[in-house]
Write a protein that binds this ligand. Sequence first.
Ligand code: LLP
Length: 417
Amino acid sequence: MSGFPWFDYCNTKLHVESVQLDAIAREFGTPCYVYSRAALIAAYTEFDAAFSGRDHLVCYAVKANSNLAILNLFARLGSGFDIVSGGELHRVLKAGGDPQKIVFSGVGKQPAEMRAALAAGIFCFNVESEAELVVLDRVAGGMNKTAPVSLRVNPDVDAKTHPYISTGLKENKFGIAFDEAEKLYASSEKFANVRITGLDCHIGSQLTELGPFIETCGRVLDLLNRLETRGLQIDHLDLGGGLGIRYSGENPPPVGDYVTTLCKEIGHRRQRILIEPGRALVGNAGILLTRVEYLKHTSYRDFAIVDAAMNDLTRPALYDAYHEILPIMKNKGNGKTFQIVGPVCETSDFLGHDRKLALSQGDLLAIMSAGAYGMSMSSNYNSRPRAAEVMVDGNRTYLIRERESVEQLIAGEKILP
Ligand code: LLP
């Protein structure tokens, strides 16, 4: 057992659904992201079903993985989308997403992005500051439109996660300070071209306990009571994303418990509930397939230099994040302790430290739990073309993004006359 549903050993070879990963490496090369369609569907369905009859909208956080095939799959399942840029809006619309199910988050929306979202007719702007509200009001007025708005409040709750992915503390740049939010809501009438429709928050990512979600809910509901007492009509509550996944030893609450807890906290209120999961929908539905280029022994350590690097999967370098690393061929003996590193010229270019593996040159490895914030955070550092992406569906494989070419990398560059 690999410990990862949809990615498991059969006759000593690691498979994704019914397809051998070594066959994918032969056909599409490495490094290569490989996703399981069944895993994506199961994850979405689990969220959606857990609301059982309650008015809700699951808005997939596009930033976690923005491949068109994945967006299209979620759109077909009825998903909404949480976007943070004009680029993500473009992708969602291209992938067939329903504009009426799009929420637009982010602290730095530009007027052109606001215009594109207003033209598309999105469901809601999650506004993060008074200054942004002023600009949105002006932009909407200029288009003779009314912008539907939810204020993103910062509840000052400790998400107990990595500081780089914590967003709901008062020292973070996100959201409107809790004590200022009520005032801004109350003054919203002076913005003629916006219509307040909701209340929004998001406290961080990779949360593995329910406590911070419950605390946030309590604070948000307090504010909701105060707003309703003032006669403001709030039609939806957006509770953000953030539910964690198991990378290794973590034990995050099951999706069902998470959703049921949120619903219980909200009780019989009439508001529609929105959530914006990213990682929990795609994280464990994808892996990064890589090949060992060289084994290098020094008197101090053993290195396995693989063909994937920090430009392909930056989470280990950026957050010291742990990803399980599994051999594609099992049972090769006892092995030794390796540092799994890439070819990029940085000491932070590692995918895993101190991994006990039996490795030979040319072996294939799977970097697990790479479906979220893997490809979407990849770069071209060291002029490395980005990896291919493949989707497995049962016993079929589909190339959903071609490997980038070096020509594509330099296509927009110009030499001086
Ligand atoms: N909604 C908003 C407003 C967000 O800022 C985020 C993530 C999400 C939803 C989705 O959160 P999730 O369900 O995926 O936890 N690159 C980091 C994660 C950054 C998350 C930023 N915001 C990582 O690789 O761990």
